[in-house]
Design a protein around this ligand. Structure first.
Ligand code: TPP
Ligand code: MG
Length: 336
C-alpha cells in the first residue's frame, strides 16, 4: 500500500508510531554501519544485513510479551536489536572482540542472550525451526503461557525439518509462531524459481495449523497479525504461521554478485514500500511529529550506532586462553 493510503487508515498514537520509527531506524543505521565496518576490514567472515526487513521484527516485538522467546537464522542483527540487546555487544561481536555477546568467538551468526530470551543466531538453514519448537515445548512443559517466535526464510521453508516440526508442534499444541520472512530470495534464487506453491503459509493446512499472509513492509499490519498469532498460541490452541512478505535491499551476504534481480526492482521497493518512510509519512501527515523532531531522533540513533562502532574497535581481542572455554556445557541450566 502506498504510504499515503497507509497513513489515512492509521489511528495509532504518536507515541506508538515514534517507537516503531525509532526502532526501525536503529536497525537500519546499525546495519549500514556494520556494512561500512565490513568494507574497512574490521568485520570478517559472514555478515548478512537486514536492511529493508525492519518492519517484520519491530512489528512482532511490539506484539510480544515479557518472557516470550525468539530464535532466528544468520540474518539476526535486527532481531537482537529489536529485543533490546545492547548495540555495543552486538557490534563488538561482529568485530570479534571480547566485549561481544559471545566474547568475540561467535561472530555475526552466533549470538545469544538469556536475559532477553534470544536463542540465536543459527547458520544452518532451517535448523532454528525445530529448536523453536523445543523452546515452546519447554514452556508448555513448565505450564507457563510464554510463546516462541521461530523466524525463517522462504528458502528455509523448503527444508524437510520444517514440516517434521509443523507436525509435532500441532500434535502437541506447542505455543510457537512460525514466522516465514519471505523476502523473495534465497541467496540468488527467487522464490518463484524454487516453488510452485502460491503461498508458503498455506502449507500449514496439511498439518491443521492456522496462519496468514502479512504485508511485511507495513509495521502496523505486522503488529496486528502478530497480536492474533500471540493470542492464538497463548490461549493454548497450538502453533500459528505468519508468512510475512518483505524485501531485502542489500545482497544476500557481503559477497553477492546481484545478478538475479534488477536495480530497478530494488529501487522501486525502496521508493514505494519502504517501511521506515511509511511510518515517517504517517508521523508527518498526521502531525504527530515535525521534521525537526524526526531529525532529533535521527541524531540520537546515529550517536548510539557510532558509540557501538567505537566500542567495537576499542574492545580488545579475546585472549588466546579463550580458545578452550565455552566449548562444552558443563552444567545443565535449571531455568532457561
Ligand atoms: C542446510 C544449509 N544449506 C545451505 C546453506 C547455504 N545457505 C545459506 S543462506 C541460504 C539461503 C536461505 O534463504 P532464505 O531461507 O530465504 O533466507 P534469507 O537469506 O533470504 O534470509 C543458503 C542456501 C546453509 N547455510 N545451510
Ligand atoms: Mg529469503
Amino acid at each position: 500500500m502506498p504510504p499515503k493510503q497507509a497513513a489515512a487508515k492509521s489511528n495509532v498514537s504518536a507515541e506508538e508510531l515514534l517507537g516503531h520509527y525509532r526502532e526501525m531506524l536503529l536497525i537500519r543505521r546499525f546495519e549500514e554501519k556494520a556494512g561500512q565496518l565490513y568494507g574497512m576490514g574490521l568485520i570478517g567472515g559472514f555478515c548478512h544485513l537486514y536492511i529493508g526487513q525492519e518492519a517484520v521484527v519491530v512489528g512482532l516485538e511490539a506484539a510480544a510479551g515479557e518472557g516470550d522467546k525468539r530464535v532466528t537464522s544468520y540474518r539476526d542483527h535486527g532481531h537482537m536489536l529489536a529485543c533490546g540487546m545492547d548495540p555495543k555487544g552486538i557490534m563488538a561481536e561482529l568485530t570479534g572482540r571480547e566485549g561481544g555477546f559471545s566474547k568475540g568467538k561467535g561472530g555475526s551468526m552466533h549470538m545469544f542472550s538469556k536475559e532477553k530470551h534470544f536463542y540465536g543466531g543459527h547458520g544452518i538453514v532451517g535448523a532454528q525451526v525445530p529448536l523453536g519448537a523445543g523452546l515452546a515445548f519447554s514452556d508448555k512443559y513448565k505450564g507457563n503461557d510464554r510463546v516462541t517466535f521461530a523466524y525463517f526464510g522462504d528458502g528455509a521453508a523448503n527444508q524437510g525439518q520444517v514440516y517434521e516440526t509443523y507436525n509435532m508442534a500441532q500434535l502437541w499444541d506447542l505455543p510457537v509462531i512460525f514466522v516465514i520472512e519471505n523476502n523473495g530470495y534465497a541467496m540468488g534464487t527467487s522464490v518463484v524459481r524454487s516453488t510452485k506453491s502460491p503461498s508458503l503459509w498455506e502449507r500449514g493446512a496439511a498439518y491443521g495449523i492456522k496462519g496468514e499472509e502479512v504485508d511485511g513492509m507495513n509495521v502496523l499490519a505486522v503488529k496486528e497479525a502478530g497480536e492474533r498469532a500471540v493470542a492464538h498460541c497463548r490461549s493454548g490452541k497450538g502453533p500459528y504461521i505468519l508468512e510475512v512478505k518483505t524485501y531485502r535491499y542489500r545482497g544476500h551476504s557481503m559477497s553477492d554478485p546481484a545478478k538475479y534481480r534488477t536495480r530497478d526492482e530494488v529501487q522501486k521497493m525502496r521508493d514505494e514500500r519502504d517501511p521506515i518512510e511509511q511510518v515517517r509519512d504517517m508521523l508527518l501527515t498526521g502531525k504527530h511529529a515535525t521534521d525537526d523532531d524526526l531529525k532529533a531522533i535521527d541524531k540520537e540513533i546515529k550517536a548510539i550506532v557510532n558509540d557501538a562502532a567505537e566500542f567495537s574497535k576499542e574492545s580488545p581481542e579475546p585472549h588466546l586462553d579463550e580458545l578452550w572455554t565455552d566449548i562444552y556445557a558443563t552444567e545443565i541450566p535449571q531455568e532457561a
